[in-house]
Design a protein around this ligand. Structure first.
Ligand SMILES: C[S@@+](CC[C@H](N)C(=O)[O-])C[C@H]1O[C@@H](n2cnc3c(N)ncnc32)[C@H](O)[C@@H]1O
Length: 427
């Protein structure tokens, strides 16, 4: 039996090392983190090092942009209670699946039952097509489709079979396992610029049996991780589903450490990136659901035409940046980018303000953020956040480079790099 919480963390990360603290790289090999390739995750080692650098061990941690739940998983292995907020319902399920207790559930028997039940299911492809966007199922739109009819019917049989599990916790877990195989059996791939058809998709030979094999493997993976680490003392966690701007006031304080990585102001839309999981698994059922989810995310992309509320923030650097963006308005790939950048920092200030209200007297707010650039105008995110922190009586404890990311051509600086930073604020 493991008797110290530190040794639980060490046992989890034994034989594992991560060279890139702000990325998912390396986490494919790590229990729990390997359940779903969440490319925007930071590394468990980043969470550990932020905790280690604090003057005392935190007794409560908050991550208001939970993503794949890295902060919560590390906190559990270190025996520290945590609260996570996540707006995307699929990602919220991923977090809850990783942090839940499965002690009283016979997962292997349930997994076998799911497979057996799915074999007997008859899927009506027409009603399936009616519930999904037209591009999802063959014949798709303009001779392109994401899933062949054979593949989508197999996936739907597994989904319905999972849904008939009585136990909600098990249902959530197996849904996450099914989510993890969707992209690999689809005709698309996801990269930093969104969803694209694979070069060879028309000649790819993926069959129903491949979906089954991938799903079986995914179920084995999650069950193996849960049983291997079952003796770890579980610390309490709270998951708040929804928009952090509205949910942080509901967090039970005081919180010693707020640690999060918000979306970057790079126009990367998480609702788009995880659209396949959201629709296929039934989190979205109408175009309106999709639009509403987008509207609830931080204003870091131009997929929504955000109504400019004319909000003015007290940051000299932001003011100058907005002036420069307006000067090059004609060169921007989207005319709403200056509004988006301003709205982004309004949202970030709201998050910092709400988090500050929950902070213990010596508590800290640590943010992993990334710069962006449009038409060669740099958005210096750490500097602007530090200036906004001052308006909330938060001083900068440190601001350090975490790694450099390659900018996309969309950001107007092909093959140059943009810094990622860890900014720590306190009173
Ligand atoms: C960079 S990811 C966080 C990754 C996380 N640190 C991890 O290791 O998995 C940012 C997350 O913020 C979430 N998000 C965006 N807008 C939000 C909002 N208004 N409230 C809560 N979460 C939000 C996104 O869905 C995404 O999961």
């Amino acid at each position: 039996m493991l008797n110290t919480t530190e040794s639980a963390f060490d046992a989890w990360t034994k034989d594992w090392s991560s060279s890139a603290p702000t990325t998912y790289r390396g986490s494919e090999e790590l229990a729990f983190q390997r359940w779903f390739k969440f490319k925007e995750a930071f590394s468990p080692s980043l969470v550990e090092s932020v905790i280690d650098a604090m003057p005392r061990r935190p007794t409560q941690i908050l991550d208001c942009c939970g993503g794949s739940g890295t902060t919560g998983v590390v906190a559990q292995f270190l025996g520290i209670p945590s609260t996570l907020v996540e707006v995307n319902p699929f990602l919220a399920d991923l977090i809850e699946a990783k942090l839940s207790d499965y002690q009283d559930i016979d997962l292997p028997s349930l997994a076998s039952r799911i497979l057996r039940r799915a074999e007997k299911m008859e899927i009506d492809v027409e009603s399936l097509k009616a519930r999904l966007p037209p591009t999802f199922v063959e014949p798709g739109v303009k001779s392109r489709w994401i899933f062949s009819q054979e593949i989508i019917c197999m996936i739907e049989a597994f989904r319905l079979s999972i849904n008939s599990c009585v136990d909600k916790t098990a249902r959530r877990l197996f849904k996450v396992a099914l989510a993890s195989v969707l992209i690999e059996v689809s005709n698309v791939r996801i990269d930093g610029k969104g969803r694209r058809y694979r070069g060879n998709w028309q000649s790819r030979d993926v069959q129903a049996e491949d979906v089954k094999d991938a799903f079986v493997e995914a179920m084995q993976r999650v069950i193996e991780d849960i049983y291997r680490h079952a003796r770890v003392r579980r610390s309490e966690f709270t998951l708040l589903r929804g928009d952090a701007r509205k949910k942080i006031p509901l967090v039970e304080g005081p919180v010693d450490l707020v640690l999060f990585s918000p979306p970057y102001p790079n126009s990367f839309d998480y609702t788009d990136i995880y659209n396949i999981e959201l629709w296929i698994l039934g989190y979205l059922t109408t175009a309106d659901d999709n639009a509403q989810l987008r509207q609830s995310t931080l204003r870091s992309h131009v997929q929504c035409a955000w109504a400019s509320k004319g909000e003015v923030l007290q940051s000299l650097t932001l003011e100058k940046t907005l002036e420069k963006l307006n000067d090059v308005k004609g060169e921007l790939w989207n005319k709403n980018l200056p509004d988006m950048v301003n709205s982004y920092f309004c949202d970030m200030r709201t998050l910092m303000q709400e988090c500050e209200r929950k902070l213990s007297p010596d508590g800290q707010i640590a943010m992993v953020v990334g710069n962006s650039s449009y038409a060669n105008v740099l958005i210096d995110v750490p500097k602007i956040l530090s200036e906004l922190g001052q308006t909330l009586k938060l001083r900068e404890i440190s601001s350090s480079a975490a790694r450099s990311m390659r900018s996309s051509t969309q950001q107007g600086r092909a093959s140059k790099t943009l810094a990622e930073s860890l900014v720590v604020l306190g009173r």
